[in-house]
Design a protein around this ligand. Sequence first.
Ligand code: EPZ
Length: 423
Amino acid sequence: MDRLVVKGGQSLRGEVQVSGAKNSALKLIFASLLAEGEHVFRNVPALKDVESACLLIQSLGCETHFQNGTLRIKVPQITNYEASYDLVRKMRASILCLGPLLSKYGFAQVSLPGGCAIGTRPIDLHIAAMKALGAQIEIKDGYVVARAKKLKGSNFLFETSTVGGTENMLMAAALADGVTTLENAAKEPEIIDLVNYLKMMGARISGEGTSVIQVTGIDRLKPAEFTVMPDRIEAGTLLIAGAITKSEIHVSCLEPGHLETVLTKLKDCGFSFHVEKNAITILQNKSAEFVWNAVDVTTQPYPLFPTDLQAQFMALMTLAEGTSVITETVFENRFMHVQELIRLGADISPKTRVAVIRGKKILNGAPVMATDLRASASLVLAGLAAQGETIINRIYHLDRGYEKFEKKLSMLGAHVVRTSGSD
Ligand code: EPZ
């Protein structure tokens, strides 16, 4: 299994481009099931999860062709409506084919995704939303089996803000009879990206980006061409790479508006930025003695601090001046990186959802284990700042969500090398 070897202590310099957003691209791939014909997506990141989504829709009969960031999907009249366990277990987002298949074909059979490294992650709200649209649903032999002659628009209040639940319902409602109102809908930028694509396909939707979204169902959607939004989590990760190495780097091809809360927190730490239309430069503090402040963070749905940057921010806090408290409210088990950061010498006391981090002067390189995507990124960041060599095992998690991560860091001057080894 591949691992990354990071030699810490290098200062970074130069420009790095952010790739297209994984968490938007995946949903767009499933949205393509709503209309026969050829869909074209640009700025699609070359990632394992994108590959998994393509394999899934191929298993339903679609053809996919991916080259230089452009993904072409040919969607036929689909006759297989089953997302198998083997495909779904590789990627939880596969549940997002439920809404499109059900609303277009009246039937879907999707394997239950099961738990994952960051929590139990139930899909009860996806199911409740489909039921609200009139679907009959049973859980049989580990599958969600959903049927509906024709979905019917209705009002639905999400008990908890859910990105995937909102997306599944939006896609289902696009072809339902009548009007659907989603209340307490998720407001993440990836939702807006999906809605923008659905609108290009002909869907009638308003209110995206607010907590109330209204969808007026129509009979038919058509394929379109679309450019995927920049990956705000990759952008945030790269900015934290600049911060933790006290470097000046120019992160381009991003949307600064998506990173407001993150920039505010980094400014509270003492970092400064030059913000342009589609780029952010993290500026170097010229004082050799500069140490950033410890800052508390609580993860919350957008526009507040993203759970997907919690682990990376914690890596930064391990070297801050003072004590910070990080509270994770979105997932119940998203502190798997803590024990690994402690292996590097960090001083962290974790409780179920709260971690207290006492900043240290140095971290020391050590072998560590990646446990999920963002935990992996946090270990790479910590490795960049640690003294000596950090070996990050099980790096396949990173490949699910960061395109050419070590190449991008190497181009900035980091010493990061991928090797293969037994695990
Ligand atoms: C999306 O997951 C992202 N994944 C996650 O990215 C991200 O962390 C998360 O949103 C929150 O921003 C993709 O977009 C593919 P949720 P999703 O439904 O949609 C609970 C990454 O590292 N919940 O908003 O699955 C759930 O357990 C990842 O790229 C229910 O209780 O997240 C969680 O506690 C990982 N019942 C909370 O809601 C449900 O039916 C928010 O989850 C659905 C969710």
